[in-house]
Design a protein around this ligand. Structure first.
Ligand SMILES: [Ca+2]
Length: 280
């Protein structure tokens, strides 16, 4: 079951896509500016993100002739999960008006199987986190992580990676298009038996420059970032009293509603009806 909770991601580094949009016999209504990442493991499951102009939910993506699955179009961004494949494969994005864009996706074979994290869960805050654009939010979200042989040891800094991420409201954290940053170790925490086997990490959150509502959570990896386990909300009496009780973190996989909410405002811009300041 745990395997199903872990979505394999490849390389985190973004890559630019420079190949031209192809639209024989007409004017293309779709301009792809960037696809990332353009490399991932042969077993598929890599979340890729497509940025550009003229994208819509009619755009279908194939890689090596197989469908890029679970496509999601949101906020001008298109994302999907790569199929299994090998070597260099042609990625083709096709819009309903038949405009097309091609790029190359490179599959990389890894010698070792992925290792999902035993358990992790977003702890708090359960109330919306507020921030001004480009500014640090007040309060730091926290996440609890447990992995046998790692978080129950004293010196585990190198074996565990924990990241905070946010994305557009109700978008999927494993399908690309989310922004991730390293979380910091905060302290050890006890399990039900009082054993200090859990790690708690926290994150300073710098808001994006675009106002709006965003989802946030954490992800954790014990295989060097080859695979990430999504840490949505758990419930801990005494820690997260404001949270819903039926939250089980990564134990029951990812649920769209079990995320934190980041509300980003831009008070400096004022409203359209009050922002006139050039009267003199
Ligand atoms: Ca869950």
């Amino acid at each position: 079951m745990l395997l199903a909770l872990t979505l394999v991601l490849g390389c985190n580094e973004p890559f630019s896509s420079v190949e031209e949009d192809l639209f024989p016999g007409g004017v293309s209504t779709m301009t792809v500016e960037r696809i990332y990442p353009v490399t991932g493991p042969t077993d598929g499951g890599t979340g890729i993100c497509v940025e550009g102009e003229g994208l819509d939910d009619s755009v279908e993506i194939t890689i090596g002739g197989a469908d890029c699955t679970d496509a999601e179009y949101r906020g001008g961004l298109l994302s999907c999960l790569t199929p299994a494949g090998s070597g260099e494969a042609e990625l083709v994005a096709t819009k309903s008006d038949r405009s097309q864009h091609t790029a190359t996706f490179t599959y990389v074979a890894f010698p070792d199987p992925v290792t999902p994290v035993d358990y992790c869960a977003l702890l708090e805050p359960c109330v919306p986190l507020n921030a001004e654009v480009d500014q640090l939010a007040e309060g730091q979200p926290t996440v609890l992580v447990y992995h046998a042989g790692i978080t129950d040891q004293v010196d585990d800094a190198d074996a565990l990676k924990v990241q905070f991420g946010y994305g557009l409201y109700q978008s999927h954290p494993a399908r690309g298009c989310w922004t991730w940053s390293e979380a910091a170790f905060s302290h050890q925490a006890a399990n039900d038996q009082g054993e200090m086997v859990n790690d708690v990490y926290s994150a300073a959150v710098r808001a994006p420059s675009e106002p709006g509502n965003y989802d946030f959570l954490f992800r954790a990896s014990v295989d060097g970032g080859r695979s990430w386990t999504i840490c949505d909300f758990g419930y801990y009496p005494g820690v997260s009293e404001l949270c819903e009780e039926d939250r089980e973190g990564s134990a029951d996989g990812f649920q769209q509603g079990h995320v934190g909410v980041l509300v980003v405002t831009d008070s400096s811009s004022g409203g359209d009806d009050t922002g006139e300041d050039s009267g003199s």
